[in-house]
Design a protein around this ligand. Structure first.
Ligand SMILES: [Zn+2]
Length: 170
């Protein structure tokens, strides 16, 4: 799932909990629930079959870490969009909720920071068995749509972003 979606939903969770530890943990857990919904991202271009392993689809759809130019461009646009939305939230919301926004977003992004980075995740898995186990868990609760299902995969994420923004800006 895209960086932007995890960032904004995580920020909303952080504010909803109004507790740093709970906000981080709830953001982290929610990441996996969000990944379980059909979603579009870089992997959609590589997916051969679409479906989640938790519904017994038994697919190994996305060869990882084979980032090409298109993936990096998508990542940059995603960072720019997520960053802009997040900074706008900081600008629009009072300073006393900033910490909750940040900690919630960080919790929700953490699974991908650990396990989906094209720069260090592969090394982490080789070095730590626990990270390899965690990767299996991360992959199990995951549903990347194929590129011809991009509409569905975008709709889930746009809906999550709108709901989160509506909650935060109410
Ligand atoms: Zn993920």
């Amino acid at each position: 799932m895209l960086f932007t979606t995890h960032t904004i939903v995580g920020a909303a969770i952080g504010v909803a909990t109004k507790n740093p530890a709970l906000g981080f943990a709830a953001g982290f857990l929610t990441h996996h629930i969000m990944d379980s919904l059909p979603h579009f991202d870089q992997g959609s271009y590589r997916a051969i079959k679409s479906g989640p392993n938790y519904l017994n689809t038994k697919i190994d759809n996305v060869p990882e870490f084979s980032y090409i130019k298109r993936d990096w461009i998508m990542l940059l646009i995603d960072f720019a969009l997520g960053g802009t939305l997040f900074l706008s939230l900081l600008a629009l919301l009072p300073i006393d909720v900033w910490f909750y926004l940040i900690i919630g977003a960080l919790g929700c992004l953490m699974p991908d920071i650990i396990d989906s980075s094209p720069l260090w995740s592969k090394k982490l898995r080789t070095k730590y068995k626990l990270i390899t186990k965690y990767h299996k868990f991360h992959k199990f609760f995951h549903w990347t749509v194929k590129k011809n299902q991009a509409f569905l995969g975008a709709t889930t994420q746009i809906s999550l972003i709108i709901i989160s923004l509506a909650y935060l800006l109410k």
